[in-house]
Design a binder for this molecule. Sequence first.
Ligand code: ZN
Length: 399
Amino acid sequence: MLRYSLVFIFLFFASCIPVKTYSQEKTSLNTVVIDAGHGGKDPGTMGKQAQEKYINLGIALKLGGLIRSNCPDVKVIFTREKDEFIELHERADIANRNNADLFISIHCNSNPSHIFRGAETYVMGLHRSQANLEIAKKENASILMEPNYSVNYNGFDPNSDESYITFTMFQNAFLDQSTNFAATVQDQLKGRVGLDDRGVRQAGFLVLYKTTMPSVLVEAGFLSNPEEETFLISDNGQEFIASAIFRAFISFKKKIESGGKEVIAYNPGIDTQKGKSKIIVTKPVKTQKEIVSGKTEPKPDPPKKTKIQSPVISYRVQFMIYPKDISLHSVKFSGLPDIRMYRHQGMFKYTTGEGKSVEEVTKFLDMAKDKGFKDAFIVAFKGEERITIAEAKRLQSFE
Ligand SMILES: [Zn+2]
């Protein structure tokens, strides 16, 4: 049965693949489609206070505004400009119908652990790690909210590893340029915003696979990390992320329009052009608002960093094991603090609370039991790796 469904999925994607599979290159950048991930009934991932859909929209609109103000020759198209649900295939269709030269999908990341931080930018392709596949699964899961998803995606199951095997064989024909742009975005998010650089990655995203132009999906930070969540919610944070992607856009546009010969670093404050050198450092581009007000570009205010030297030993209270992933905001968990999920031995395991010792988390054990989770017990972690309590205590004795 699996073999037949794989063949079916293969034929489906083969029939849909809209581009030739040899590599292609854009030589001009006149139309860009900016895609704010999720929206409407699909909130995306959630932080303690934030819903991803609003942050994506904020960054997308700011990015589009910067491009419109500074690049009058570029047509900016948004897949959504308000809080509304747009199907994933429609987002790619918008870009294709408008003959876009670049597609930028904006998202925020999350992880059951609050320790993870930083930005990563994806291009379409075969995932090289389970972590990358998990991100694609999470983003693709929004098709489950589309009324005709089984027809529109022909039975593709965003939660099944098998579905991705064939799907990710179809790479975007503009993979080189997608990767190039993705790397520039990462450079800017690191240099301009101060986010940790988690690199350019590949995975099978339904929103990217049908696009017929260079296309990337930016995960602009972790809503599960409290410091990054605060930064991402703030107007200043969104402005800086938009500004970083805008700078990457300018570099990429100049590069492809010069035939890829020039390596251009977009760097504010310096205005030099070194003789025969291929490296050109351009002036900062000011937004119209800044030109009118005479203000300079805002100074970066990156999220504060807590350096973690070695995996932290922690204790949590495990109160539930489930075969499926449940939203951390499920009513099942209401009243319990700091809910997290980790995967262990093929199951989804849910914990509440965290502390540096068994004693510190005993109160969370009492709370879980009071809520009816009578089998709750204390578990230990080294970073995000589940270890025994004895091992945790042994490691702590060396600290
Ligand atoms: Zn997302």
